[in-house]
Ligand binder design. Structure first.
Ligand code: ADP
Length: 587
């Protein structure tokens, strides 16, 4: 009789084909080969399964066994996620390293959550209460910054709490017993969720609050909202990683999920070494207290890279469900798409544009659609948000390639990084002529009420000046600066100040790296004031423009980012009055 147990028949890089897989299910997790490498079934036909393997397959060969687990690829959710650094399939890097040393051995089992650590569980419901999916049963102080909410697992409805007690539990111990229509359900602090399915919500809301990043170019000109989706495309060296990391450090989300996807190992090492040392400027606490990192460098298996973005976004959704504002950064989604392309190629699927699978567009859209401001499951009416920011690395910076195009279609904020600006060391190298934010209408009311009534006028004037500057520069190139009118010279002078004194921002200067919205507004308003007041001199015939350029006040405007902000921005108001006075004196 022939052996009917699942057996490998072919190995092609990260893809393994096995037969006798009649009992397997699509997306089931399997253990592949004698070493038991972790894999996931991504195609099934006639008892033959194509399996993408999340570990190196070198040395694995036909004839070796495959063991089905009956599980789909899931993340383990519960207290202990924060401060963790995981690989693409949620194995803690520290544990992998402890078990196998610097060079990761294969087939290592490592739980996503520490199974032994005890947490103080504090119930918020009582025996006899009726609860349903998403209702909070109790809390655990997970880190100094985050109160972890233990929620009724999805799928349970109108259950009576039969037992719940405060105490010291690990994530596998039962913290509550629920009775759903006579059926007893034991609830632990951990739950599992398949990474490829979005977690359930009540409904999406229209996002209406800004993600405050402290970045002036971003917040003032091309804002993102809590629950929005944005992208940062840019060629090599233009600042994608620095921008993502600056966002992870400073943005006002409560929980950060940072996915290093396919980037060079040394870059990720920098992040991994630096991040645990950083202090949150908003709270004074170590930043890792609110952060989960997923590291999948270019030398790690390609299939795990494909999974890493799903692992990350599922963890992000879990904290969103507790009612937190979560931000996820993925650097770079191009490497994720390349992983998809490689696996699709091995599956011999019909290639689409540039060899990417035909489903690249739908996968990209599905990923970014998991962002949102939402009404969470649960009866307390809590809301949460998940903001997604993906870096894209188009080869040669050419945005017509498929990953950029598909990303631009589904993200509403676009920060276009420019190699020319980076070369001139204008940072952040966000091109102000090409970038955009479709969230401006969402924020109209918020900015007027919380920052200033003329917030949008100041922004519009400044953007208009930058656009006019670009046109005037063309003219200057052709006919020289003498041909310009007084107003045009004033446009150039003000636009230069907007670029150099406002937009230029050094991420590595702790004083400059973060600017609160009201200061941003006051800085820009002061610069724009130079233009508005200068215009009053436009009527004077044969006015010598160098008189304005030589004013002491121009130097003072250049120092606008160092002005103190106490006394409700009185120093800025004083500077604006000085601008008015000095210009009027020239009349
Ligand atoms: P990319 O990820 O696009 O390849 P990086 O983020 O690694 O590019 O940036 C390349 C270099 O540019 C950085 O090492 C840094 O010197 C500089 N840089 C980028 N953004 C900034 C910034 N906002 N402030 C200061 N320097 C920056």
């Amino acid at each position: 009789m022939t052996d009917k147990s699942p057996t490998i028949v072919k190995v092609a890089g990260p893809l393994v084909v096995a037969n006798n897989m009649e009992n397997a299910k699509m997306y089931e997790v399997v253990r592949v080969g004698d070493e038991g490498l972790v894999g996931e079934i991504i195609r099934l036909e006639d008892g033959k399964a194509s399996i993408q393997v999340y570990e190196e397959t070198a040395g694995v060969g036909p004839g070796e066994k495959v063991v089905c687990t009956g599980q789909t690829l899931s993340v383990e959710l519960g207290p202990g996620l924060l401060q963790s650094i995981y690989d693409g399939v949620q194995r803690p890097l520290k544990i992998l390293e402890e078990k196998s040393g610097r060079f990761l051995a294969r087939g290592i089992d490592a739980d996503g959550l520490d199974q032994t650590k005890k947490w103080d569980f504090v119930p918020v419901v009582s025996k006899g209460d009726t609860v349903s999916e998403g209702d909070v049963l109790g809390t655990v102080q997970e880190s100094t910054l985050i109160l972890h909410k233990i929620m009724v697992p999805v799928g349970i409805k109108n259950a009576t709490v039969e037992k719940i007690e405060a105490g010291h539990f690990n994530v596998t111990e039962t913290i509550a017993v629920l009775n759903e229509n006579g059926e007893k359900k034991e609830v632990q602090m951990r739950q599992f969720w398949p990474i490829r399915n979005p977690r359930k919500i009540k409904q999406k809301r229209i996002p209406d609050t800004p993600l405050k990043t402290g970045g002036r170019s971003i917040d003032m000109f091309f804002p993102l909202v809590h629950g929005g989706a944005g992208c940062i495309p840019g060629p090599f060296g233009s600042g994608k990683t620095v921008t993502q990391q600056t966002l992870a450090k400073y943005c006002d989300a409560e929980v950060i999920i940072y996915i290093g996807c396919g980037e060079r190992g040394n870059e990720m090492t920098e992040v991994l070494n630096e991040f645990p040392e950083l202090i949150d400027p908003n709270t004074g606490e170590p930043l890792m207290q609110r952060t989960v990192m997923i590291a999948n460098t270019s030398n790690m298996p390609v299939a795990a890279r494909e999974a890493s973005v799903y692992t990350g976004i599922t963890i992000a959704e879990y904290y969103r469900d507790m009612g937190y504002k979560v931000a996820l950064m993925a650097d770079s989604t191009s490497r994720w798409a390349e992983a998809m392309r490689e696996i699709s190629g091995r599956l011999e699927e019909m290639p689409g544009e540039e060899g990417y699978p035909a489903y690249l567009g739908s996968k990209t859209a599905e990923f970014y659609e998991r962002a949102g401001s939402v009404e969470c499951l649960g009866s307390d009416g809590r809301t949460g948000s998940l903001t997604v920011i993906g870096a894209v690395s188009p080869p040669g910076g050419d945005l017509s390639e498929p990953v950029s195009q598909n990303t631009l279609r589904v993200t509403k904020t676009y920060w276009g990084l420019d190699s020319k600006l980076a070369y001139q060391r204008h940072f952040p190298a966000i091109n102000w002529l090409k970038s955009y934010s479709l969230y401006v209408p969402n924020l109209e009311k918020y900015m007027i009420e919380n920052v200033a009534p003329d917030y949008w006028d100041v922004r519009a004037t400044a953007l208009g000046l930058l656009q006019e500057e670009a046109k005037l520069e063309e003219i200057v190139k052709l006919v020289g600066p003498e041909a310009l009118s007084f107003r045009e010279k004033l446009v150039l002078l003000t636009a230069k100040s907007i670029r150099e004194d406002f937009l230029y921002q050094d991420s590595f200067d702790p004083e400059d790296a973060y600017t609160v919205p009201k200061r941003q507004y006051n800085m820009l308003k002061t610069i724009v004031h130079l233009y508005n007041e200068g215009l009053k001199l436009a009527e004077i015939e044969d006015f010598d423009f160098s008189k304005i350029e030589n004013l002491e006040i121009i130097n003072k405007i250049a120092g606008v980012k160092r002005l103190p902000i106490d006394n409700d921005y009185a120093e800025f108001e004083k500077l604006r009055e000085e601008i008015s006075r000095e210009l009027a004196a020239l009349a």
